[in-house]
Write a protein that binds this ligand. Structure first.
Ligand SMILES: NC(=O)c1ccc[n+]([C@@H]2O[C@H](COP(=O)([O-])OP(=O)(O)OC[C@H]3O[C@@H](n4cnc5c(N)ncnc54)[C@H](O)[C@@H]3O)[C@@H](O)[C@H]2O)c1
Ligand SMILES: [Zn+2]
Ligand SMILES: [Zn+2]
Length: 389
């Protein structure tokens, strides 16, 4: 079959790779009909996650049709249209039973690397390096889905492919940020990043009853899409003082909940952003926490900062003093898709959650390298490129 493969830093190519087969009785094989590039894939492309090998198939956000099921798969039949959680979880371990699916003890078949790095291994992920299991990704004609009863969800007929696709990762991630960030009715919520994840976090905060939701970014086209389709307020960090605006919005108190949806390649203005760029280039820090710092400074006392953006290891100048003295809760997580996807599909069916505007570009799999060029370099207003294998 054909698949989009990682070949080295900033090098992708479409190659012929072996078709996937059932390896386990709980597996299903899904014929991918839509798969979308995520900001997380940009971190792989840029070489910031050093556990890739040339030839690895990337992609983790997808929807398709079940074409084969293992003997122990109970909920799916050949022909089902399913959306699949990007994180792979067993559904039975202690973490899965708490709804903490991305912390699954059995989803990652290669735990040694991350146990050394972080003290424990998270669950597995499709197409996301050998640190997260070395699973083949979804930018391919077919993909093997482990624990299919747990990770794949039948899409209601009334929900289009274009909409359901985003339940796989971006919408579930955004929802988790607002939910576990503890957004309550009446809150003022600020979201850093107007990519698909930030926009979905903003929409979730609104649906959970936040009174004001402000999304911050540096790309005007993305802010315009967020304003129009999500219905939130927006701030362009290149033309406004984010801190001053947020303080004004909260009568000087700071936001109740800050959601960071930017990650390790944050940009910014001023000395702190320049410092991060240089230190990361010199490999003296793995990640640029520019937006995390800003979120911490602008959150009210006893508020919560939820980090959705992906970080690899260690950051510099982390304002622990502000965390302690303001009594903040700082949390983060990889997404617990299995916990949210059924509810998200219902909301999509009711029209409460729309995602079509996120898919600014739809291209065949053969155009994968071009799709990533558009996405990475934010050309032609690209917010998310969808591939149709
Ligand atoms: N936790 C999870 O399970 C999970 C799942 C999906 C994605 N992610 C991560 O979430 C992050 C966002 O994903 P995405 O697909 O929306 O990515 P994206 O690259 O499309 O969007 C990131 C946005 O952040 C903006 N940005 C850069 N610096 C900023 C700053 N200082 N302040 C405000 N905005 C800034 C960029 O202009 C861009 O629009 C990535 O780090 C991704 O890896 C995490
Ligand atoms: Zn993702
Ligand atoms: Zn588990």
């Amino acid at each position: 079959m054909k698949a989009l493969t990682w070949q080295g830093v900033n090098r992708l190519s479409v190659e012929q790779v072996p078709d996937p087969g059932l390896l386990n009785a709980q597996d299903a094989i899904v014929k991918v009909t839509r798969t979308v590039a995520c900001g997380s894939d940009l971190h792989l492309l840029g070489g910031y996650i050093p556990f890739m090998r040339a030839g690895d198939v990337i992609g983790h956000e997808f929807l398709g049709e079940v074409v084969e099921v293992g003997s122990e798969v109970r909920t799916h039949r050949v022909g089902d249209r399913v959306v699949v959680s990007s994180f792979i979880a067993c559904g039975r371990c202690w973490f899965c039973r708490q709804g903490l699916f991305s912390a699954c003890d059995n989803g990652n078949t290669n735990p040694a690397l991350t146990e050394r790095l972080w003290g424990a291994a998270p669950g597995g992920c499709f197409g996301y390096s050998h640190a997260l299991g070395g699973n083949a990704g979804s930018h391919a004609e077919y993909v093997r889905v482990p624990f299919a009863d747990v990770g794949a969800f039948r899409v209601p007929d009334a929900v289009s492919d274009e909409r359901a696709l985003f339940a796989s990762d971006a919408a579930a991630t955004g929802w988790m940020g607002a939910d576990l960030g503890g957004v309550r009715p009446g809150d003022v919520v600020a979201v850093w990043g107007a990519g698909a994840v930030g926009q979905m976090a903003a929409r979730a905060a609104m649906l959970l009853g936040a009174e004001r939701v402000v999304v911050i970014d540096r790309v005007p086209e993305r802010l315009a899409l967020a304003e129009r389709h999500v219905g939130c307020e927006v701030l362009d960090l290149t033309t406004t003082s984010v801190g001053a605006e947020l303080m004004e919005a909260t009568a000087g108190r700071g936001v109740d909940v800050a959601i960071e949806a930017v990650g390790m390649e944050a940009h910014g203005r001023g000395l702190s952003a320049a410092y991060d760029q240089v230190k990361q280039q010199l490999r003296l820090q793995t990640d640029r926490p520019t937006a995390v710092r800003e979120a911490i400074y602008n959150t009210r006392k006893a508020g919560t900062v939820f980090v959705l953006g992906v970080f690899a290891l260690a950051v510099d100048k982390f304002p622990l003093g502000a965390v302690l003295n303001k009594g903040l809760t700082v949390r983060g997580a990889q997404m617990h898709g299995q916990r949210y996807i059924p509810m998200l599909l219902e909301r999509m069916e009711r029209g409460e959650l729309v995602t079509e505007h996120l898919a600014t570009h739809v291209l065949p799999l053969d155009d994968g390298p071009r799709a990533y060029d558009l996405f990475k370099n934010k050309k032609d207003g690209c917010l998310r490129p969808v591939l149709t294998p």
